[in-house]
Design a protein around this ligand. Sequence first.
Ligand code: NAD
Ligand code: MG
Length: 394
Amino acid sequence: MKGICILGATGSIGVSTLDVVARHPDLYKVVALTANGNVDGLFEQCLVHHPEYAVMADASKADALRAKIAASSVADIKVLAGAEALQQVATLENVDSIMAAIVGAAGLIPTLAAAKAGKTILLANKEALVMSGQIFLQAVRDAGAQLLPIDSEHNAIFQCMPAAYTTGTVAKAVRRILLTASGGPFRQTPLADLDHVTPEQAVAHPKWDMGRKISVDSATMMNKGLELIEACLLFNVEPDDVQVVIHPQSIIHSMVDYVDGSVLAQMGNPDMRTPIAYAMAWPERFDSGVAPLDIFKVGHMDFEQPDLQRFPCLKLAYLAIKAGGIMPTVLNAANEIAVQAFLDEEIRFTDIAKIIEQTMSQFSPESADSLELVLTADQQARNVAHSLITALPA
Ligand code: NAD
Ligand code: MG
C-alpha cells in the first residue's frame, strides 16, 4: 500500500488522478489533498477520499474549509493553510508518491521539497522543472528520488525508452525524439484573425480537456515549447535532437527514433488517466478506466511540420533552452504573466508572444545554478512582463 499526496487535487490532473486512485484502493491510500482556493471542490474530495490532511494554499480560505470539515462525517481530517503547508504534506513520512499537479511556478517549492525527501515524483507541473532545470534534477539524484513524467508526451517517450531507463540520464542509442503536438484550436485559423481570438476560443481545445492556463499554452504552442525544454531535461538530449511534429488526431503521444532506424511510438486515446496510471503502477501496469483505442475509428493519422510564424512561442522556447542559464526561467515567468493577462482580457492573444520576447530581450543567460538565482530571475521577469503589459496601448 502506497501513500499519495496530490498537490493541486482540484484541477484537471488532480481529478483524473483521484479517478485512477479510486480504482485501486488496495494499492493506494490518499494521505493529503491540496487546493489553492476551491473550498467546495476540496471538501467534496475529502468526503470521498478521506485523506489525513487537506491543505488550502490560499490561507484566507482555510477557515471556510475547516468549518465544513468540522461539521462533516470526516471531521478527523487535519486542515492546514498556506504555501508552507504544501511542503509539509509533500514530505510526510507516510507519503511515498506525490502527484505534482499545481499549475505554474507555485508548484516548484513543494515539489522540490518532495524530491529532496526522496519521494516518487509524478510530475505534471512542467513549469516547475522548466524554471529550475538542473537544480531539480540534482535534487532528485542526490536524494535517490524517482522522477516519472505525467505529461502525456514525456510519459510516452519514457514508455518508449529501454526498460531500465532512468529520467535525467543519457538515453543510449536514441537518435532523436519526435514530440507530438495537436496544434491546438488555432492550427488552421487565418493568421490575421489571431489578433481577435477570445479566451473562450483559446481554452476550447479540440482534443484535451485541461486547465485554463495549459489550454492557452496549447493554443500558442508555448505548451510544446515548455515540453521541448522538459524533454531536454528529462531525457538528457539537445534541443536540436527534439523534432516537434503536429499530429492533429492526438493518438500517438510521442515517439523515439533509435540509431538502428526503429521508431517507437506510444498510442492511446487522449485521456490523461493513461499516463497517470502508467506512472502510478510503474514498473507494472494497471487499469486506468480509459476506453480501449478503436484503431479503425482513428482510420488515418497526419503529421505536419510546425509553422513558427503562426506559433512564435515555440521559437522563443528553442531560443531560451539554447541560450541556457536563467533564460528558460524568464521564458516561463513571462509566459505565466502574459497568459493571465490574456485570460483577464488585458492583452490580445498575439501580444502573449510579444510580451515574452520583449521580456527575454531584457535578460542575458546568467547562471541558474542556485535556487536563489532562479527565484530572483523568476520575480524579475514577472516584474518586467507586468510593466510591458501596463505600457501597451489600450
Ligand atoms: P488546473 O488549473 O486545472 O489545476 C491547477 C491546480 O493547482 C488546482 O488544484 C489549483 O487549486 C492548484 N493551484 C493553482 N494555483 C495554485 C497556487 N498558487 N498554489 C497552490 N495551488 C495552486 O491545471 P491542470 O490542467 O490540472 O494542470 C496542472 C499542471 O499539470 C500544469 O503544470 C499543467 O501544465 C500540467 N499538465 C496538465 C495536463 C492536463 O491535461 N490538464 C496535461 C499535461 C500537463
Ligand atoms: Mg503534454
